[in-house]
Design a binder for this molecule. Structure first.
Ligand code: ARG
Length: 377
């Protein structure tokens, strides 16, 4: 669901700011009494219509925003998020360069590190920079219908817009799209993704050597780049962040969904399954082998990846730990339960409260349209 990007009044900003500063001081007792800071924030707000987070507030806010991400199963490590403070950057060139550097540092030769880079916030007199691409790494999709698309059908609209602007790709199923960035007071521009910023994993099957020649691959790092980081009433529209993958995201969704790579029929044939009847459960068997292949390949390449059984247990450990600290954990069941073998994981067998929080990552209106390259040309 998208949330309207309304300009908040100074009053609303103050309310959110007060709540955040109190939380920051509660969770960081070494920061001392919040009253001084609150007075400073109030004065700065009255003076300028906004206020500037300290580096510590920004880092804690970005981590709490992860902690509050109700759709994320991987929140156990929220407090170890690496925060790259690049709030001084507003130009597309500089932002793109830092996004690519983010990828290099987050990839870390395969030992993936959860990382966020925060660029300039919205200001009262002008919106901040924004990244049009939904992730820092995306594969092109060529074609206007999923059944005929080469590559990732999800990215076909953006690919079409980029082609119209003069970009060209090799036409393989795994061409890297350029990154589309709009700086402050500028139009969107695209930047070729340097090969050394992107690690990819060739997909192989643990028993069937034939898969290696198939040419399937996926990138090591999922880095969401079109969600707005909101902390204490301040909006950071360009704040790309990454964790590491859970195997099912790739094996049960990206490569399997009919409106993505739609590979289940090809996997089923490769496995020699009877694909003529749903009741042979060929799709289910194909899903399991595809997911085994993804986990096996990442392990073999030395790239961090979680499996859905361990990650489900970690999530419940996270909930227990948070509750011990007196904090309630919001969660969205339909996102937390893995897309295969749901009931075989413990996260299935309970309910959650999907409460919203004010410090969080949000899709604002326009984010999805931009990710599709609408109005880019
Ligand atoms: N599901 C998305 C993808 O497959 C990535 C979402 C974030 N995932 C993560 N493990 N941090 O690319």
């Amino acid at each position: 669901m998208e949330i309207l990007r309304e300009r908040s009044t100074t009053d609303q900003v103050w309310q959110a700011a007060e709540e955040f500063v109190l939380l920051f001081h509660r969770e960081n007792p070494q920061a001392g009494d919040p009253r001084r800071r609150l007075a400073d924030v109030r004065a700065e707000l009255a003076d300028t219509g906004t206020y500037r987070h300290t580096a510590q507030e920004l880092a804690h806010g970005a981590r709490v925003a992860w902690r509050n991400s109700n759709r994320c199963i991987g929140r156990l490590y929220w407090n170890s998020l690496r925060v790259r403070d690049r709030r001084d950057l507003t130009d597309a060139d500089a932002i793109a360069a830092e996004c690519f550097q983010h990828l290099r540092e987050a990839t870390n030769d395969g030992r993936v590190r959860p990382t966020i880079t925060v660029f300039a916030p919205d200001a009262p007199d002008r919106p901040g920079p924004v990244i049009w691409s939904e992730q820092l790494i995306r594969y092109a999709g060529y074609g206007d219908h999923p059944s005929i698309t080469v590559g990732d059908a999800r990215n076909a609209p953006l690919t079409g817009a980029l082609l119209a602007l003069g970009w060209s790709g090799a036409g393989t199923p795994f061409d890297l799209l350029p990154l589309v960035v709009q700086g402050v007071d500028d139009k969107p521009r695209w930047f070729d993704t340097p090969a050394d910023a992107v690690m990819e994993v060739p997909i192989e099957h643990p028993e069937d050597p034939g898969w290696a020649d198939w040419g399937l691959r996926w990138h090591a790092v999922p880095a969401i780049s079109n969600m707005c980081l909101e902390i204490g009433g301040i909006h950071y529209p360009a704040a790309p962040f990454n964790g590491w993958y859970m195997g099912t995201e790739i094996g049960a969704r990206n490569l399997a969904d009919t409106d993505r790579y739609n590979l289940l029929p090809a996997v089923g044939r490769r496995l020699g399954l009877d694909t003529s009847s749903d009741r042979s459960l060929w799709k289910d068997r194909a899903l399991v082998e595809l997911n085994r292949a993804v986990l096996h390949s990442f392990d073999r390449a030395g790239v961090t990846i979680a499996d859905h059984h361990s990650e489900s247990r970690r999530f419940l450990a996270h909930m227990a730990r948070e509750e011990r600290k007196g904090r309630e954990v919001g969660a969205d069941w339909s996102w937390i339960v893995p897309p295969i073998s749901g009931a075989a994981t413990p996260v299935f067998h309970r309910t959650y409260d999907d409460r919203p929080s004010s410090t969080t990552y949000v899709h604002h209106v326009g984010a999805v349209h931009r990710a599709q390259g609408r109005d880019l040309v």
